[in-house]
Ligand binder design. Structure first.
Ligand code: URA
Ligand code: CA
Length: 432
């Protein structure tokens, strides 16, 4: 291991066997944290070649369970978002693409953040659960085209250990380490093809377009190199996506969007990502055809029907789709009113997310309990005109103490006297 650290430190390239040796040893404990930290720092400074990145990814995939989806008919396409604030896309996309025949075998997590993960959000639906076994999971995807299962305990243990180490050794921000970390989890989860939604802007992991493009390219290269068709869309996260930030509130927003209503930006991004998924799954011969199919199933109600069938099959009360008032509801709502007239020029996504988390919508630590009912609904987005006294944001809270939350909302909004253009929603696509 000392020789390998030295090799990487001096700008050399590690072979497939060397990387396999490192990951195996690190996972079984024979290579200690201090040596792995030194290597991570050497990689941080010297980067890795495309080959090294792919070898690292596959070594991490092979460190634990790999999900076998071969019992499911068709090309399984997964989607991954690098995260943001109020990102409701998975809740919309899963039933949307399933409704046109793409098998969606989704493994999802809870995780930390401003709101819960996809599973937390779905648990806002009374009775819904993800405790299903693998044969049942396969059966549900084959019959309904959509099922969601909780994360297997032993998926990519090497990544879990390495990510924890990077977190405390200032080596998270390495493009190649991030790319292999994310891709190892997607590949182990069994997808044949992967659509990546790489966010850029103040509320994203990658703050600049340049960094987002570099990360997207690295991930697209890994996927294609190991035989999974992979592409990326770079999308905006300079402000929150859609209007709703919170678990039940986002379920409601997803239902609206699947019904053909809902926020324009959320709908558009789902159509862009969905078209790529349908195309990669060979369910359309062009992106235009894919988009037309998706618009059709929103229009004719099939997308919403697919969502209902999916919820009921996993114990959920599907009547919430027609009666969203049955979702968990917060005790109080408060309006945050604009103090000025003008145009919204900025909404700092991170600060809005933190405001939602203070209300209880997300987890600060693994042990925190989520309040599914609480959150924020934005009424004004960047570019919108606003009059003094108009509502900027509605707070849904189970506490009357909203001083801190209100302050954060005011701090995150900037109102300009000059008209402002809304930022682009999608910047570009990255393909193999
Ligand atoms: N998310 C991941 O899963 N891994 C990283 O390294 C960074 C973000
Ligand atoms: Ca949203």
């Amino acid at each position: 291991m000392v020789d390998l650290i030295e090799k990487k430190r001096d700008g050399g390239q590690l072979t497939k066997e060397e990387i396999a040796f490192i990951i195996k040893g690190y996972t079984d404990g024979s290579i200690p944290d201090y040596q792995m930290s030194a290597l991570a720092m050497a990689i941080y400074f010297n980067g890795m070649s495309t080959d090294e990145t792919a070898y690292l990814t596959m070594a991490m995939v092979e460190s634990g369970d790999q999900i076998d989806l071969s019992g499911i008919e068709g090309i399984k396409v997964d989607k991954h978002s690098t995260g943001g604030v109020g990102d409701t896309t998975t809740l919309v996309l899963a039933p949307l693409v399933a409704a046109v025949g793409v098998p969606v075998a989704k493994m999802s997590g809870r995780g930390l953040g401003h709101t819960g993960g996809t599973i937390d959000k779905l648990e806002a639906i009374p009775g819904f659960h993800v405790e299903i076994d693998n044969p049942e999971f396969n059966r549900l995807v084959n019959t309904n085209k959509l099922a969601v299962i909780g994360q297997s305990g032993n998926l990519t243990p090497a990544d879990k250990k390495l990510y924890g180490l990077r977190d405390v050794t200032a080596t998270v921000d390495s493009l190649h380490l991030i790319a292999s970390s994310i891709m190892s989890k997607k590949i182990a989860a069994g997808a044949d093809a992967i659509v990546l939604d790489v966010k850029t802007g103040a509320g994203a992991f990658m703050k600049t377009l340049e960094d987002a493009k570099a990360l997207a390219s690295a991930m697209v290269q890994i996927g294609n190199q190991v035989g999974r068709k992979t592409m990326a869309v770079i999308s905006d996260m300079s402000q929150p996506l859609g209007f709703a930030i919170g678990n039940a509130l986002e379920v409601k927003e997803a239902i609206d969007t699947l019904s053909g209503e809902g926020p324009e930006d959320l709908r558009e991004l789902c159509l862009v990502l969905g078209s790529q998924m349908v195309f990669l799954a060979d369910q359309a011969s062009s992106l235009e055809e894919a988009r037309t199919k998706l618009e059709e199933v929103i229009q004719n109600g099939k997308a919403l029907e697919t969502f209902k069938i999916f919820l009921a099959a996993q114990g959920g009360d599907a009547s919430v789709v027609d009666e969203p008032e049955r979702l968990p509801t917060a005790r109080y709502t408060f309006e945050v009113l604009s103090k000025e007239s003008g145009y919204v020029s900025e909404i700092i996504a991170d600060d809005i997310g933190t405001a939602a988390m203070i209300l209880g919508a997300g987890r600060a630590t693994k042990e925190s309990e989520i309040d599914l009912a609480v959150g924020l609904v934005l009424h004004k987005k960047v570019g919108n005109p606003v009059q003094a006294g108009e509502t900027l944001v509605t707070i849904h809270s189970n506490s009357e103490n909203i001083e801190e939350v209100t302050k954060r909302i005011y701090d995150s909004y900037t109102i300009s006297t000059q008209p402002v253009e809304a930022p682009p929603l999608v910047y570009c696509e990255i393909k193999a």
